[in-house]
Design a protein around this ligand. Structure first.
Ligand code: ZN
Length: 314
């Protein structure tokens, strides 16, 4: 069961960590009904909205947004919402049709608005292959949340949207957004400090899919995606051999599986290079509550610790 709906019936079981946990329990019937497309945005919205919002996520923890297909139950949830938050940049290609089929009359808020997007390195190439993995998002790379500076923009966009929809709560939202922004500023500094002792030439990592370009740009780390180098859903022996050779030539030591991507390709590369996968990175979804990365801040902390340890050979 990969895709779940976190509707009212499952709210208690979700038990979001941190600010969110209390919010679920204390949400009043008057709370603003809002929908977030996936778990990472859900956490950000909950951080700002607190108990004044009643949050539903369409794509839950550890679930792959690339293969999500909305169903009538999702349309019902969207139809009841005042605000729908999405990432944009082509990440939720299904959103326009969902809003239409839900007869949605609220505000659709695209959280990446105002950031400088990176171009999608795989665009065109992947399109030509037409493989079924669903990563062909479009012209821009959508994974902007991997750069903390961009997420600070997301948080401002969330506060603006909540203020517009619920003017009585505006001070509340602004205060929470400001407090959370300070946490994000601290997180960004923490990540920079973690990378500082590691030589730039050493900062090379193999991951499963092209989700970390924004992290790489922000913190000066070079990511190679197995799925980007081997651009077929069924990678050929020759494609894998080429990647294995590149890993050897560039003496890359850090190899990771992801929480939303099939680990088999990475495991195969591991066997052929003698590298052991150094752990799991969280790319496009949080972990379930109680897991390693149940919030955005914990996700970035976990990824940074796993990455820096692996490239430093610890
Ligand atoms: Zn992705």
């Amino acid at each position: 069961m990969k895709r779940r709906i976190f509707g009212q019936g499952l709210v208690a079981g979700l038990g979001l960590a941190g600010v969110g946990g209390a919010a679920w329990a204390t949400a009043t019937p008057a709370a603003l009904p809002v929908v977030a497309s996936f778990s990472i945005l859900g956490d950000l919205v909950q951080q700002v909205g607190g108990e004044r919002v009643q949050l539903t996520q369409l794509i839950g923890p550890d679930s792959d947004a690339h293969v999500f297909q909305p169903r009538p139950a999702h349309a019902r949830l969207v139809g009841q919402a005042r605000l729908v938050f999405s990432n944009g940049l082509g990440f939720e290609g299904w959103m326009p049709r969902l809003l239409q089929s839900a007869n949605f009359r609220g505000q659709h808020v695209v959280l990446s608005r105002g950031i400088e997007p990176l171009r999608n390195p795989g665009h065109g190439h992947r399109h030509a292959h037409g493989h079924g993995h669903g990563h062909d998002h479009g012209e821009h790379d959508p994974h902007a949340w991997q750069n903390v500076a961009h997420v600070r923009v997301y948080v401002r966009n969330i506060a603006d949207a909540l203020c517009a929809a619920d003017a009585a709560g505006c001070d509340f939202y602004r205060q929470r957004a400001q407090a959370y922004d300070a946490v994000l500023a601290q997180l960004d500094a923490e990540i920079r400090a973690a990378w500082a002792p590691i030589e730039v030439a050493q900062r090379r990592v193999i991951v499963a899919h092209d989700a970390f370009a924004y992290y790489g740009q922000a913190y000066n780390v070079r990511f190679m995606a197995a799925r980007g180098v081997i651009a077929d859903s069924e990678p050929t022996a020759r494609g894998i051999a080429r990647l294995v050779q590149q890993i050897r030539e560039e003496r890359i030591r850090a190899l990771f599986v992801e929480n939303v991507t099939d680990p088999r390709l990475i495991e195969q590369i591991g066997r052929e290079t003698g590298l052991r996968p150094a752990g799991r990175l969280y790319s496009d979804a949080l972990s379930a509550p109680g897991g390693t990365a149940p919030t955005y801040v914990e996700m970035l902390r976990h990824n940074t610790q796993a990455l820096t340890r692996a490239v430093a050979g610890i």
